[in-house]
Design a protein around this ligand. Sequence first.
Ligand code: MAN
Ligand code: CA
Length: 200
Amino acid sequence: MFSYMSYMLTAVAALLVTCDALCKCPGIPGLFGIPGLPTRDGLKGQSHLSGLPGSLYTEVCNILDLKRRLSRLEGVLALNGKIIEVGEKILASNGKEVDFPSALESCEEAGGTLATPTNEEENKAVLGIVKQYNRYAYLGIKESETSGQFMYMNGIPLNYTKWHPHEPNGKGSEKCVEMYTDGTWNDRRCNLYRLTICEF
Ligand code: MAN
Ligand code: CA
Protein backbone atom coordinates (compact mmCIF):
# COMPACT_ATOMS: atom_id res chain seq x y z
CA MET A 1 0.00 0.00 0.00
CA PHE A 2 2.72 2.42 1.02
CA SER A 3 4.90 1.68 -2.02
CA TYR A 4 1.88 2.06 -4.32
CA MET A 5 1.08 5.43 -2.71
CA SER A 6 4.64 6.68 -3.04
CA TYR A 7 4.74 5.47 -6.66
CA MET A 8 1.57 7.43 -7.43
CA LEU A 9 2.86 10.52 -5.64
CA THR A 10 6.14 10.37 -7.55
CA ALA A 11 4.29 9.88 -10.83
CA VAL A 12 1.99 12.84 -10.21
CA ALA A 13 4.90 15.03 -9.01
CA ALA A 14 6.92 14.15 -12.11
CA LEU A 15 3.91 14.88 -14.28
CA LEU A 16 3.41 18.29 -12.66
CA VAL A 17 7.07 19.26 -13.13
CA THR A 18 7.05 18.03 -16.72
CA CYS A 19 3.74 19.66 -17.37
CA ASP A 20 4.93 23.00 -15.97
CA ALA A 21 7.58 23.05 -18.66
CA LEU A 22 5.79 21.40 -21.55
CA CYS A 23 2.09 21.03 -21.00
CA LYS A 24 0.11 23.40 -23.16
CA CYS A 25 -3.11 24.17 -21.39
CA PRO A 26 -5.89 26.24 -22.96
CA GLY A 27 -6.06 29.79 -21.66
CA ILE A 28 -2.83 29.68 -19.69
CA PRO A 29 -0.17 32.08 -21.02
CA GLY A 30 2.83 30.22 -22.36
CA LEU A 31 0.69 27.17 -22.73
CA PHE A 32 -2.08 26.22 -25.15
CA GLY A 33 -3.63 28.92 -27.24
CA ILE A 34 -0.68 31.30 -27.52
CA PRO A 35 0.12 32.03 -31.19
CA GLY A 36 3.44 30.65 -32.30
CA LEU A 37 3.63 28.09 -29.51
CA PRO A 38 3.08 24.43 -30.16
CA THR A 39 -0.30 23.05 -29.26
CA ARG A 40 -0.79 19.99 -27.14
CA ASP A 41 -1.58 18.06 -30.32
CA GLY A 42 1.59 19.43 -31.87
CA LEU A 43 3.56 18.01 -28.98
CA LYS A 44 2.12 14.59 -29.44
CA GLY A 45 4.67 12.06 -30.57
CA GLN A 46 7.66 14.32 -29.88
CA SER A 47 7.53 14.94 -26.15
CA HIS A 48 7.81 12.39 -23.41
CA LEU A 49 4.29 13.50 -22.52
CA SER A 50 2.95 11.53 -25.44
CA GLY A 51 1.14 8.47 -24.20
CA LEU A 52 -0.18 10.27 -21.14
CA PRO A 53 -3.88 9.64 -20.82
CA GLY A 54 -5.70 12.73 -22.09
CA SER A 55 -7.90 12.82 -19.00
CA LEU A 56 -4.85 13.08 -16.72
CA TYR A 57 -3.45 15.79 -18.96
CA THR A 58 -6.72 17.70 -18.71
CA GLU A 59 -6.80 17.32 -14.94
CA VAL A 60 -3.29 18.76 -14.60
CA CYS A 61 -4.31 21.70 -16.79
CA ASN A 62 -7.41 22.18 -14.63
CA ILE A 63 -5.26 22.27 -11.47
CA LEU A 64 -2.83 24.79 -13.02
CA ASP A 65 -5.79 26.92 -14.13
CA LEU A 66 -7.37 26.83 -10.65
CA LYS A 67 -4.07 27.82 -9.03
CA ARG A 68 -3.73 30.75 -11.41
CA ARG A 69 -7.27 31.92 -10.81
CA LEU A 70 -6.87 31.65 -7.02
CA SER A 71 -3.67 33.68 -7.04
CA ARG A 72 -5.39 36.32 -9.20
CA LEU A 73 -8.21 36.54 -6.65
CA GLU A 74 -5.69 36.80 -3.79
CA GLY A 75 -3.92 39.55 -5.71
CA VAL A 76 -7.14 41.55 -6.12
CA LEU A 77 -8.13 41.11 -2.44
CA ALA A 78 -4.64 42.07 -1.24
CA LEU A 79 -4.56 45.09 -3.58
CA ASN A 80 -7.89 46.29 -2.19
CA GLY A 81 -6.70 45.86 1.41
CA LYS A 82 -9.27 43.14 2.12
CA ILE A 83 -6.65 40.57 3.14
CA ILE A 84 -3.04 40.47 4.30
CA GLU A 85 -0.95 37.45 3.35
CA VAL A 86 1.81 36.47 5.76
CA GLY A 87 3.67 33.24 5.05
CA GLU A 88 1.02 30.61 4.46
CA LYS A 89 -1.61 32.54 6.43
CA ILE A 90 -4.27 34.93 5.19
CA LEU A 91 -5.52 37.55 7.67
CA ALA A 92 -8.77 39.46 7.34
CA SER A 93 -11.14 41.51 9.51
CA ASN A 94 -14.86 42.16 9.19
CA GLY A 95 -14.31 45.44 11.08
CA LYS A 96 -16.68 44.33 13.88
CA GLU A 97 -16.03 44.70 17.61
CA VAL A 98 -17.60 41.87 19.63
CA ASP A 99 -16.83 39.73 22.68
CA PHE A 100 -14.38 36.85 22.46
CA PRO A 101 -16.85 33.97 21.91
CA SER A 102 -18.64 35.92 19.12
CA ALA A 103 -15.36 36.88 17.43
CA LEU A 104 -14.16 33.27 17.50
CA GLU A 105 -17.52 32.06 16.20
CA SER A 106 -17.54 34.43 13.22
CA CYS A 107 -14.00 33.40 12.26
CA GLU A 108 -14.89 29.71 12.49
CA GLU A 109 -18.11 30.20 10.52
CA ALA A 110 -15.98 31.68 7.75
CA GLY A 111 -13.72 28.60 7.82
CA GLY A 112 -10.88 30.14 9.84
CA THR A 113 -10.04 30.96 13.43
CA LEU A 114 -9.06 34.04 15.42
CA ALA A 115 -5.73 35.55 14.36
CA THR A 116 -2.96 33.86 16.31
CA PRO A 117 0.49 35.36 15.79
CA THR A 118 3.18 32.67 16.19
CA ASN A 119 6.18 34.83 15.29
CA GLU A 120 7.25 38.47 14.90
CA GLU A 121 6.29 38.62 11.22
CA GLU A 122 2.75 37.39 11.90
CA ASN A 123 2.43 39.72 14.91
CA LYS A 124 3.36 42.69 12.69
CA ALA A 125 0.80 41.60 10.07
CA VAL A 126 -1.98 41.43 12.71
CA LEU A 127 -0.78 44.80 14.06
CA GLY A 128 -1.25 46.24 10.57
CA ILE A 129 -4.99 45.51 10.81
CA VAL A 130 -5.21 46.72 14.42
CA LYS A 131 -3.67 50.02 13.30
CA GLN A 132 -5.88 50.24 10.23
CA TYR A 133 -9.00 50.18 12.46
CA ASN A 134 -7.26 51.78 15.47
CA ARG A 135 -8.98 49.22 17.72
CA TYR A 136 -7.65 46.58 20.11
CA ALA A 137 -8.25 43.02 18.85
CA TYR A 138 -8.75 39.66 20.57
CA LEU A 139 -6.17 37.03 19.66
CA GLY A 140 -6.72 33.26 19.31
CA ILE A 141 -5.12 32.62 22.70
CA LYS A 142 -6.69 31.56 26.03
CA GLU A 143 -5.51 31.07 29.59
CA SER A 144 -5.27 27.47 30.72
CA GLU A 145 -6.69 26.13 33.98
CA THR A 146 -3.30 26.89 35.47
CA SER A 147 -3.51 30.65 35.83
CA GLY A 148 -0.73 32.62 34.19
CA GLN A 149 -0.25 29.93 31.52
CA PHE A 150 -1.60 30.81 28.11
CA MET A 151 -2.16 28.48 25.17
CA TYR A 152 -3.40 28.34 21.58
CA MET A 153 -7.07 27.44 21.00
CA ASN A 154 -5.98 23.79 20.47
CA GLY A 155 -4.44 23.66 23.95
CA ILE A 156 -0.80 23.74 22.84
CA PRO A 157 1.40 26.10 24.91
CA LEU A 158 2.52 29.35 23.25
CA ASN A 159 5.82 29.25 21.35
CA TYR A 160 5.90 33.03 20.80
CA THR A 161 4.67 35.88 23.03
CA LYS A 162 4.65 39.67 22.83
CA TRP A 163 3.42 40.61 26.31
CA HIS A 164 3.26 44.28 27.25
CA PRO A 165 5.59 44.99 30.21
CA HIS A 166 4.11 43.58 33.48
CA GLU A 167 1.60 41.37 31.55
CA PRO A 168 0.01 38.94 31.95
CA ASN A 169 -1.19 40.11 35.36
CA GLY A 170 -4.79 38.84 35.58
CA LYS A 171 -3.89 35.76 37.64
CA GLY A 172 -6.82 33.76 36.27
CA SER A 173 -9.34 36.64 36.10
CA GLU A 174 -8.35 37.73 32.56
CA LYS A 175 -8.57 34.63 30.40
CA CYS A 176 -8.42 36.25 26.94
CA VAL A 177 -5.67 38.23 25.23
CA GLU A 178 -5.98 41.54 23.39
CA MET A 179 -3.46 43.20 21.08
CA TYR A 180 -2.74 46.87 21.78
CA THR A 181 -2.18 49.37 18.97
CA ASP A 182 1.59 49.00 19.45
CA GLY A 183 1.40 45.23 18.83
CA THR A 184 2.00 44.16 22.44
CA TRP A 185 -0.36 41.82 24.28
CA ASN A 186 -2.46 42.18 27.42
CA ASP A 187 -4.47 39.48 29.17
CA ARG A 188 -8.02 40.82 29.44
CA ARG A 189 -11.58 39.75 30.27
CA CYS A 190 -13.33 37.94 27.43
CA ASN A 191 -16.60 39.92 27.49
CA LEU A 192 -15.33 43.23 26.10
CA TYR A 193 -15.89 44.53 22.56
CA ARG A 194 -12.75 44.00 20.53
CA LEU A 195 -11.96 44.01 16.81
CA THR A 196 -12.43 40.65 15.08
CA ILE A 197 -9.38 39.58 13.07
CA CYS A 198 -9.41 36.09 11.56
CA GLU A 199 -6.76 33.91 10.01
CA PHE A 200 -7.31 31.35 7.26
C1 MAN B 1 -4.77 47.83 33.15
C2 MAN B 1 -3.66 46.78 33.27
C3 MAN B 1 -4.03 45.56 32.44
C4 MAN B 1 -5.40 45.06 32.79
C5 MAN B 1 -6.42 46.17 32.68
C6 MAN B 1 -7.78 45.68 33.17
O1 MAN B 1 -4.80 48.31 31.85
O2 MAN B 1 -3.52 46.41 34.61
O3 MAN B 1 -3.11 44.52 32.70
O4 MAN B 1 -5.71 43.98 31.97
O5 MAN B 1 -6.02 47.27 33.47
O6 MAN B 1 -8.69 46.72 33.15
CA1 CA C 1 -3.84 42.25 31.99
